[in-house]
Design a protein around this ligand. Structure first.
Ligand code: XLS
Ligand code: NI
Ligand code: NI
Length: 443
């Protein structure tokens, strides 16, 4: 356990550091599954997950929605001086992160400190709060999993940032990314994320899609070249999402991003940050998205949350479904974990969750659900016939003509002759229900 760090003022009074108490515990402010030192599949839970707190949802998100303003009134939001206010927020953030024993955090530039319209002044503000963050990181041992630039909230980005038809807007986006990369490097951030907030379009009637995507690729190359020249050795991640805020987002899903990275020669430096709710919106399961990324060697990082199956937007709720997550953790373990990233809670408490403790309950639930799911998935892989049943389905490709086919040795004529010689194939069950029961036996 690390040490709890508070500023001059304690913001989450009455709540100490959250401890692991095990399954017998009925303490709502304790972990039941997440024992950070527990070794599963050769690694501690702490190292498997590299759990991160997302600054935007936890310390900026006020509970506002299209029908009403803030319902979360933050005591760290009171001072009038921009930097002083940002420092209070950072005190609150590190107090929460260390009380939760989260090893990492993630932020957008504008989460740390408010931005205005003056590029040089914004750079000064970010650099000032980064100095403070350095002290906080050193004092607590908390690390930066990834940072990013918010290129979607300001109205100048309403037609996109790097895909904006106006070059002048693109340049402003670049200025923000440069400062965010400088901040990442200064804070020894392990990764840098691009979520294409408004990189997409609403109507093809006014859009040159090809040109916009080329601009996006050029932007990513420029950002990567700058970061590499300035000593950044971490990963760049693209975070796919199919829609919202634009109708057609260019980074639709993992398969689309893979094609984009290939086409524009970005594969060496970029991997994928997958978000559960975005998979849902794309009409996929999260395990599908993870498998696509893993098969391409691009399973970089995860944004943990969940959507709502009854509606079609990004509700960003905390994960709480151990069964679904167990299927994801099967992919996770078989892929050998994440490439450089971790599990970031890109999730928010509800508008009407207004107790200070609610943020703790949310993260405890999310961390426990991940731990539970990983332990179950490991048991499935170790003890059940899950892998064998799947392997056996492909046994006809392990020898003879099937093997020769996989090796590229058979022609279409050869395949036709095999069909004739061997007659009608036997009926072979896919055993889906059997496999579903195997999963539930271990959850
Ligand atoms: C929004 C995205 C965003 C990214 C970071 O839907 O999930 O929060 O993770 O810009
Ligand atoms: Ni996200
Ligand atoms: Ni999202």
């Amino acid at each position: 356990m690390g040490n709890v760090i508070t500023g001059e003022k304690e913001f989450f009074k009455g709540i100490g550091q959250i401890q692991f108490e095990g399954l017998e515990s009925d303490n709502p402010l304790a972990f039941r599954w997440y024992d950070e030192n527990r070794v599963v599949a050769g690694k501690t839970l702490k190292d498997h997950f590299k759990f991160a707190c997302s600054y935007w949802h936890s310390f900026n998100g006020t509970g506002a929605d299209p029908f009403g303003g803030a319902s979360h009134i933050f005591p760290w939001d009171e001072k009038t001086d921009v930097i002083e206010r940002a420092k209070d927020k950072m005190d609150a953030a590190f107090e929460f992160i260390t009380k939760m024993n989260l090893p990492y955090y993630c932020f957008h530039d504008v989460d740390l400190v408010d931005y205005g319209n003056d590029v040089v002044e914004n750079e000064r503000r970010l650099a000032a709060i980064v100095e403070y963050a350095k002290e906080k990181q050193a004092e607590s041992g908390v690390k930066l999993l990834w940072a990013t630039a918010n290129l979607f909230s300001h109205r100048r980005y309403m037609n996109g940032a790097s895909t904006n038809p106006d070059f002048h807007v693109l340049a402003h986006g670049a200025a923000q990314v440069k400062a965010a990369l400088d901040a990442t490097i200064a804070l020894k951030g392990e990764n840098y994320v691009f979520w294409g907030g408004r990189e997409g379009y609403m109507s093809l009637l006014n859009t040159n899609m090809k040109r916009e995507q080329e601009h996006l690729a050029g932007f990513l190359h420029a950002a990567k070249d700058y970061a590499r020249a300035n000593g950044f050795t971490g990963n760049f991640f693209i975070e796919p999402k199919p829609c919202e805020p634009t109708k057609h987002q260019y980074d639709y899903d993992a398969a689309t991003v893979l094609g984009f990275l290939q086409k524009y020669d970005l594969l060496g430096d970029f991997k994928i940050n997958l978000e559960v709710n975005h998979a849902t919106l794309a009409g996929h399961t999260m395990q599908h998205e993870m498998q696509v990324a893993a098969d391409a060697g691009l399973l970089g990082s995860l944004d943990a949350n969940r959507g709502d199956y009854q509606n079609g937007w990004d509700t960003d709720q905390f994960p709480n479904n151990a069964g679904e997550l167990t299927e994801c953790m099967l992919v996770f373990l078989e892929a050998g974990g994440l490439k450089g990233g971790g599990v970031n809670f890109d999730a928010k408490i509800r508008r009407n969750s207004t107790d200070r403790a609610d943020l703790f309950y949310a993260h405890i639930g999310g961390m426990d659900t991940f731990a539970h799911a990983l332990i179950a998935a490991d048991a499935i892989l170790q003890k059940s016939d899950y892998k064998k049943v799947r392997e056996d389905r492909y046994a006809s490709f392990d020898s003879g003509k099937g093997k020769a086919y996989e090796e590229g040795k058979l022609t279409l004529q050869d395949l036709r002759d095999y069909a004739v010689e061997n007659g009608e194939p036997a009926t072979i069950s896919g055993k889906q229900e059997y496999m579903e029961n195997v999963i539930n036996r271990y959850v």
